[in-house]
Design a protein around this ligand. Structure first.
Ligand SMILES: C[S@@+](CC[C@H](N)C(=O)[O-])C[C@H]1O[C@@H](n2cnc3c(N)ncnc32)[C@H](O)[C@@H]1O
Length: 359
């Protein structure tokens, strides 16, 4: 079954939207665990919300469920495709006919062979990379951009499920996939991508809904996008946490290569990461202070800001608060990680920080 025929939420019944489930990602720094904690600080009168560094789209999705008009943005294409599929998209789902197209033979094998050439025997065996190329050739045959974005979101999620640790910054994927202990813990390591994809389709189809506003998903450097936006009531900023796992392009390069299907890049090191990388501005100590300055300057017309950070990252929270005090009233909330690792930078004893900035 590809779609559960639940009663469609009524247009203005926000309570009904709240029952819609976000397909859980495996993304470093994703905030779905902190969603309620963060969104409680969004005032009712904030009707238009910008999720400026939206990643897996977890906060954008929650805001869409709250009935906000959401403007979502991430500079990585594979993330912005999730935004197209689940934030901007109101009605399009993947039907059995679409899936038949996606699972057909490679429609242009000479053109669509990048995965097989680059990643065979690094992350996947040849039958899987060939399947990915065929599937990619057929995404381009789907009838509209929303169906395409759903196909990208689901197949990319299937890939993170199949690879140990859910990212592509290591070269141990196939070693782990033949380790009986690891397979016992995670059977997806040995399941075909096609099967994992099929398991995920219904969850994504069921997450498509219309909240009666026109939400949008962008794929830009936020410092370039902000000048073109107007009438935003609240901005949520969840930038990479500089100094602790900020290099998203090394972790997720394979998904970005698959989505863009680049032929004109170099592919470097043992993981075949594309080069050159995009310039984000929030990754290194050298650039981060100037980027924050630019961000706050460009956001000065947006009344409310919520900013996620971590107290083990650079710069310190005190430094950030001093910077923001030039523009807004500031309050700091914190959630302490007591045990284990909760994702990027969240080692036991560190705190997830939310900086609440009001006019
Ligand atoms: C901490 S993650 C966001 C996680 C997200 N809130 C979630 O719940 O999944 C930071 C994101 O910022 C994106 N990013 C980094 N630099 C950017 C820039 N200059 N403009 C837009 N997005 C950027 C990265 O691709 C990454 O997805």
């Amino acid at each position: 079954m590809l779609y559960e025929s639940v009663t469609q939420p009524s247009l203005f019944g926000k309570k009904d939207f709240m029952d819609i489930k976000f397909p859980q990602p495996q993304y470093l720094g994703a905030k779905y665990i902190h969603g309620d904690w963060i969104t409680q600080y969004i005032p009712d009168n904030a009707k238009v919300v910008l999720d400026a560094f939206s990643g897996s789209q977890s906060i954008a999705f929650l805001c869409k469920k709250m009935g906000k008009r959401v403007i979502s943005n991430d500079f990585l294409t594979f993330n912005s495709q999730i935004g197209k599929a689940l934030i901007e998209n109101k009605t399009e789902i993947l039907t059995p006919d679409d899936i038949h197209i996606l699972f057909s033979e490679n429609s242009a094998p000479k053109e669509y062979n990048l995965m097989e050439m680059l990643f065979t025997d690094i992350f996947f065996v040849r039958t899987e990379t060939a399947f990915l190329d065929a599937f990619r050739s057929n995404i381009d045959r789907l009838e509209n951009e929303y169906k395409k974005s759903l196909a990208f979101s689901i197949i990319n999620r299937a890939m993170t499920r199949k690879v140990t640790m859910g990212h592509f910054a290591h070269t141990q994927a196939l070693v782990y996939a033949s380790d009986p202990e690891r397979i016992k813990r995670n059977r997806s390591l040995i399941r075909p991508l096609k099967e994992i994809f099929m398991d995920l389709v219904m969850g994504y189809n069921n997450a498509v809904f219309d909240n009666a506003t026109d939400c949008q998903s962008y794929n830009e450097n936020i410092l370039e996008l902000l000048p073109s936006l107007s009438d935003v009531d609240l901005a949520y900023f969840d930038p990479p946490y500089c100094d602790s796992h900020a290099d998203y392009q090394s972790f997720y390069h394979l998904l970005e290569t698959y989505t863009n299907y680049w032929k004109d890049k170099k592919f470097v090191n043992g993981t075949k990461r594309y080069s050159p990388k995009r310039i984000g501005g929030f990754e290194t100590k050298k650039e981060i202070i100037n980027s924050f300055k630019a961000l706050f300057d460009l956001a000065r017309d947006i009344p409310y800001w919520l900013i996620s950070y971590n107290d083990r990252s650079y710069p310190t929270i005190d430094f950030l608060v001093d910077m923001i005090s030039l523009y807004r009233n500031v309050k700091v909330e914190r959630k302490v990680y007591n045990a284990g690792r909760g994702g990027k930078g969240s080692v036991a004893g560190s705190s997830e920080i939310l900086i609440i900035c009001t006019p």
